[in-house]
Write a protein that binds this ligand. Sequence first.
Ligand code: PEP
Ligand code: MN
Length: 339
Amino acid sequence: MLIVMKSGATPGEIDGVVQAIERLGFRAHVMPGATRTAVGITGNPGTLDPVRFEHLAGVSEAIRVTKPYKLITLDLQPDQTVVRVGDATIGGPELAIIAGPCAVESREQTFAVAEAVRASGARFLRGGAFKPRSSPYDFAGLGEEGLRILAEARETFGLKIVTEALDEAGVDLVEKYADMIQVGARNMQNFSLLRRVGKSKLPVLLKRGIAATIDEWLLAAEYVMSEGNYQVVLCERGVRTFTQHARNMLDLAAIPVIRRISHLPIVVDASHAAGKSALVRPLARAGVAAGANGVMVEVHNNPDAALCDAAQALTPEEYLTMVNEMRGIHRLLSEGVSA
Ligand code: PEP
Ligand code: MN
């Protein structure tokens, strides 16, 4: 059920609706918008009768939600969500750039990359301290030591830290050191992890699962939001197909498709889609052209020596070129292309 408040509804009237929902034992999700506030209801086992809510003060209409998702949808919030990470944003007018190494390997390596990231004007430094590796024998990250290095880089370079949590205990640690929690492709349907990050105060970057449909991906975001965390950014990172020429197939159509369903911002991870450094720049440019709110990209100060995802790492020079290209495309789209 979705309750749409009248445009002039007072805070007291909105509160009255929330209380009515909570008295029934359900959860109320208040979504303020530019013109009106909507209140989503979750936790109801069956359908609710709109009549129960329509008579409440300040209510314009109560609408039955027949779609599987209730909170990610434009029906609830027609304005694009702007996710705020301190003074940086994802989903606002600026193109968000999240760049850094695949894995935090050392202080020297992280700082060398962070310097390039700051020089590019990007606001977000990525880097894994907990790495989900296909082989148990591969480098799996420095753990808490890696988070400490990231936190130090945040202080030194003034960048926001985006880093992955693999499990619920990992979320506790990431919350201590970082600014945004990444849920990786392999964990997109780890429902206990989704519920845990849904209880966090930190925003969440939710990667698309390796073979996830758009509905499964949006329902994963719905899990996070249903726990009260509305600061969710979707990340398209390519899906597995018959493709052999790239690591994954970047689903560019997902960007406009999501835009038509959801108010959540979406960024493109060009690196994990490409798998090869030569493909990263064109895919990132295409992602921006397709309307992504931002780009995630892996950069290494010495790609040949990278302990993780060496083949797809850009050098700092390649990365700076890519940022200029992406900004050019983004500017063109924001200002409008003249004939
Ligand atoms: C990553 O961003 O380092 C990563 C492991 O990505 P994904 O979960 O998309 O494979
Ligand atoms: Mn990687």
